[in-house]
Design a protein around this ligand. Structure first.
Ligand code: HEC
Length: 286
């Protein structure tokens, strides 16, 4: 293989083409001035060729200036979002009096996702422990993060003499914080009912009985979801810890999607409270 300098090669090709063009132009000129009949076929071809080479030469001259060094801003015929009205990192704002471009959300902003809005915005007085989600019981429903077996299966609640004796992996009971936050049990359950009917009833039915096909209580089940939404008032689900139900809503379970981005932390606890009401109403009072 020969190493060919492509730049030089193209320059030579271009030079030869331009030289050929110049020759044709010269011949045309000489014949036009001294030749015989000006309307002959040969002449018209020569005119056409000169024209084509002329246009080519003009293109070469114009494009030839590309690649010239310049301090000026390049021409952007297609802007392709090259210039955007945005702040770059560490950039200064000329709009805000303090010049900061990096700004906290406006007080009481409610973010789209399901995180706690009081934690995310609104009170900037000092570090907010809720912002760090330091309280695993409230934010994750987890009591003992280490209580998993070797397959990573969370430990179940501990029972003794038919009574709950201690938390397993998940908290057994809705954290007191959730109840205080709601202003008591009644508002918590009322809110839970409202949120359940918005987010859960579509699949599990207003009674929480779920099911599929002909036996479906929820709309989606009736339309034939490939996996039937669970019946949530069975003794098995009733035996789950509050924290596990909270976790199911937060992260989803098997074929059920997660709802953390739609239902806020506090409202997920409210739904758990209402689930217990549904189970009680179904006669599962274990
Ligand atoms: C899109 C339909 C859909 C919605 C909405 C939905 N679920 Fe489910 N849910 C399912 C399906 C399907 C299952 C069964 C999943 C499986 O077995 O693979 C399920 C299972 C469950 C279970 C049983 C978990 C277990 O450990 O077996 C609980 C509890 C539950 N859902 C609670 C809820 C709550 C509370 C809500 C409202 C926040 C909700 N679901 C919203 C479809 C849904």
């Amino acid at each position: 293989m020969y190493m060919i300098d492509t730049n030089r090669f193209m320059n030579i090709v271009l030079g030869l083409t331009l030289a050929a063009g110049a020759f044709v132009f010269l011949v045309t000129l000489v014949l036009a001035m001294f030749g015989g009949k000006k309307t002959s076929r040969v002449m018209s071809y020569l005119y056409m060729l000169s024209g084509i080479f002329g246009v080519f030469a003009v293109v070469v001259v114009v494009m030839g200036f590309r690649g010239k060094k310049s301090d000026g801003r390049p021409w952007h015929i297609f802007l392709d979002m090259k210039y955007q009205p945005k702040y770059t990192s560490q950039g200064q704002s000329r709009f805000f009096a303090d010049g900061r471009s990096n700004r906290l959300p406006v007080q009481n902003t409610i973010p789209f996702d399901g995180t706690d809005y009081i934690a995310d915005a609104g009170y900037h007085d000092g570090p907010n422990p809720a912002f760090l989600k330091a309280d695993a019981r409230y934010f994750f429903g987890v009591a003992n993060p280490d209580m998993k077996d070797k397959d990573g299966v969370p430990a179940r609640p501990q029972w003794k003499d038919g009574k709950l004796a201690g938390d397993g992996f998940f908290v057994n009971h809705i954290p007191a914080e959730a109840i205080t936050h709601a202003g008591g049990w009644k508002p918590l359950i009322t809110r839970g009912q409202q949120q359940f009917n918005v987010h859960c009833a579509v699949c599990h039915g207003a009674s929480g009985r779920g099911g599929g096909g002909e036996l479906a209580y929820g709309i989606v089940g009736e339309k034939g979801l490939s996996v039937a939404p669970s019946n949530m008032v069975t003794p098995e689900i009733q035996a789950q810890a509050d924290g596990q139900l909270f976790n199911t809503i937060t992260n989803g379970v098997r074929n059920m999607p997660a709802y953390a981005h739609q239902v806020k932390t506090q409202d997920r606890w409210a739904i758990v409270a209402y689930l217990r009401v549904l189970q009680y109403a179904a006669g599962n009072t274990k």
